[in-house]
Write a protein that binds this ligand. Sequence first.
Ligand code: AR6
Length: 272
Amino acid sequence: AGVATLADTTPSPTDPRLRLWRGDITTLATDAIVNAANSQMLGCFVPCHGCIDNAIHTYAGVQLRLECARLMTGQEEEPTGNAKITKAYNLPCRYILHTVGPIISGAVTQANRELLASCYRNCLRLASENGCHTVDFPSISTGIYHFPLDQAAQIAVREITAYLADHPEITRVRMVCFDSRTRAAYAAALAAQRAKAEEKAAREALLERIRNGAVTPDDRTSLREIEQVAFGKAPSSKLLRDLGMEATPEKAHALLLKLGVWDNQVDPWPAR
Ligand code: AR6
């Protein structure tokens, strides 16, 4: 009891270093856990409050509040999206990364999304700079700050995956989901990411088969289907050559449309 192993986690289908786990972040022996803080960065002051900031400060001990106060000397507020690092005192992890997520009131704006993304990026950057290999995130901003859970999950999964792709020094990121609703939202975000990755891979493989003149009977069927789409103009001869489809411009045009190389609204062929 009270001990979590990797066997308890669900790996991301696109990068097994990213995992989901349902539980309490203050129990984890890891290099760094992330705190969803407020802009004062001194911890929650509401007794018995259910927020993560309160749990982390309670279990880390009062020394954490003192270190935070020292870090905030001469600084009134921590900007949203930034991150600071402290020791973890009585917690079993080595460090705490404190970040302030965006507060949502009304519709989510692009600025809100970018700030949430930068919370994840800045925490991971700080983790790398401080020699951390394993990092555990809560679902930032989706509690008291009211960021819609599904959108927040997509942003978190996207940012963490993108960071991992360029940073092999981070060997494991765990998304710690406190309740089943949060767990379900992050599982759905991972599934959506996998579907997107599979679609992209399938598209690239089809393009490759066309270039190599190795179109399969299944490809032919889908090509026939898309030939039914009406086209006004023909694609450029260079693109056709690149696709190895010089003889059938309509097919190439239709195929590229289907492959999402351009969308229907945009004229892909400026006057030649
Ligand atoms: N372990 C993991 N996740 C937790 C834990 C825990 N022990 N406790 C809560 N969560 P919130 P916010 C989840 O409200 O929305 C504070 O008062 C929780 O279920 O803690 O970023 C700060 O001082 C939810 O999924 O953070 C700020 O004022 C997620 O953590 C404000 O709350 C975030 O919920 C920050 O709001």
